[in-house]
Design a protein around this ligand. Structure first.
Ligand code: SF4
Ligand code: FES
Length: 262
């Protein structure tokens, strides 16, 4: 062990452990036998379950969910993959706010009170905390999230200046977690709305100097379910775990639509 990792490990063990109560929304799909859920509950229903767990001071919400699943109720269902804020699979509504479970420390959530965990809003719930992401990815696919060019393929890389690259740097950071889209009141009431994440990813290509598909993407987002549905509530910007200025990106796409100067 190096001196640095030794110091980090020592510090981690010094943070006192504590007890935390999690109130978790459970959704029982109609095709799952209620017996699989322990206490009888009618299939196809939603209920709150409360769990108490002993956690380390450095634990995140994801660690508590793992502890519950491994030690108390193996049927608790949630998504996660990287556990380090990269894959975007564990966005949840935690204490009423969209966050990544793997990036949210329990000690920062006022753990003296029960912490509520719900699935992100506006997408169909499949089971417990797992939602159907297909409507979200359908919008993403619609904006054509890939380089569009014409002419002969170059034999060398397509050059771009540092300033040109900087123009869309912020929106390259998106991990498609859906925290922004599912925090948007417009999306809650109209699931057809493209939503902030699709617009962020359109922005990433619209302002890329190497891309030639901006006009097509702008046309797609000039739809009645496109950028003009945004009411600038800033929920999306607040929810983004990558710190992307989501509302600003939406405004820039609106402006590009009006001026077509890109
Ligand atoms: S813009 Fe932020 S909140 Fe929205 S999907 Fe991308 S990373 Fe998640
Ligand atoms: S598990 Fe990958 S971002 Fe949280």
């Amino acid at each position: 062990m190096t001196a640095t990792t030794e110091t980090t490990a020592t510090k981690a063990t010094q943070v006192p452990s504590f007890t935390v109560t999690l109130k978790i929304m459970r959704h029982i799909p109609s095709d799952v036998a209620p017996a699989g859920y322990g206490e009888p509950a009618p299939a196809g229903t939603t209920r709150w379950d409360t769990f108490t767990v002993q956690v380390h001071g450095t634990d995140r919400v994801l660690d508590a969910l793992h502890k519950i699943k491994w030690e108390q109720d193996g049927t608790l269902t949630f998504r996660r993959s990287c556990a380090h804020g990269v894959c975007g699979s564990d966005a949840l509504r935690i204490n009423g706010r969209n966050r990544l479970a793997c990036k949210t420390l329990l000690k920062d959530l006022n753990p003296s009170k029960p912490i509520t965990i719900e699935p992100i809003k506006g997408l169909p719930v499949i089971k417990d905390l797992v939602v159907d992401m297909e409507p979200f990815f359908a919008s993403y696919r619609e904006i054509m999230p890939f380089l569009i060019t014409s002419g002969v393929e170059p034999t060398k890389e397509r050059l771009q200046s540092a300033a040109e690259r900087e123009r869309f740097d912020d929106t390259t950071k998106c991990i498609l977690c859906a925290a922004c889209t599912t925090s948007c009141p417009v999306f809650w009431t109209d699931g057809q709305y493209f939503g902030p994440a699709a617009i962020v990813n359109a922005h990433r290509w619209i302002f890329d100097s190497r891309d030639e598909g901006a006009a097509q993407r702008i046309e797609i987002l000039n739809d009645r379910e496109g950028v003009w549905r945004c009411r600038t509530t800033f929920n999306c910007t607040e929810a983004c775990p990558r710190g992307i200025e989501v509302t600003k990106a939406i405004q820039e796409v609106k402006r590009a639509m009006l001026t077509r100067t890109h």
